[in-house]
Design a protein around this ligand. Sequence first.
Ligand code: C5P
Length: 314
Amino acid sequence: MTEAWGPDDGTRRPGGPVRVRVPAKINLHLGVGPVRPDGFHELSTIYHAISLFDELRASPGDTLALTMEGEGQGELALDDTNLAIRAARALAEHAGVPAYARLHLRKSIPLAAGLAGGSADAAAALLACDALWGTGLSREELADVGATLGSDVPFLLHGGTALGTGRGEAVSPILARPTVWHWVVALAHGGLSTPDVYRELDRLRAGGRAPESMPGLDDVMAALRQRNPEVLGDVLGNDLQAAALSLRPELSDVLKAGYEAGAVAGIVSGSGPTCVFLAGDGAHAERVASGLAEAGVCRQVSTARGPMPGARVT
Ligand code: C5P
């Protein structure tokens, strides 16, 4: 089925600015298989979009330019290497239109944090430019263009809770009864490079110091259906956690502090260094967040809910 993605409220002036909001992702299960011939690892993962958002505004322009504010300002390159710029160019090439737009990013998702902030910005740029240029691609077509830019881009266009296979780019929604899950997000000082974390996992496995891909995906699916945080907390798992902890041993203090603050469970998010903690409800999440903040082991602590929709025109 193809579904044209226009503005959601029908009020946007044609050719006028388009605003898109896009969530961060965490992985409730991240099973990492062997390295493939293309250098990527085969994944089986359960993605979950949370209420930590980047916003991207696209306006008409006579060139392609990107400005930004917020997380990573002064650090994030705004040139042709930026994933939002690369996404706009990829869409323009795919649709056969000139890549002219002024993009402005308001970032809340930190860089290199294991929250897919770069992929989120690519997803937002695809959707925003599609609306600005009237190219009218379906969500699936945008996801196909996005998959060439980053493994998590297709998921960030879809959002919700979804199964990811292949290198993560093959996404199928998980249909569960609507449930709100409450999270505490512990941001770290500095980032971790995703390729470095995958390489560290390969190194640990080669030395017999990390297990091969863990089972447990079906347990997470079953726990999502039960809608019980204790049950879900027992089965959260991330093969990259051992590698992230090996590169950043102090993350074990963050995980410990989260449990001491009463979290149901804690896990490194994706390739880290962000740690996320599951709470029983919103009030519990607030208590865990203040306990964790008092422990003084992370840069910033906030609460979030999931699942959230993927990139959306606002
Ligand atoms: O696709 P993405 O840009 O997120 O990938 C960043 C890096 O993470 C890749 O270049 C690769 O080193 C590693 N990666 C991997 N296997 C995956 C996804 C990412 O090895 N399935």
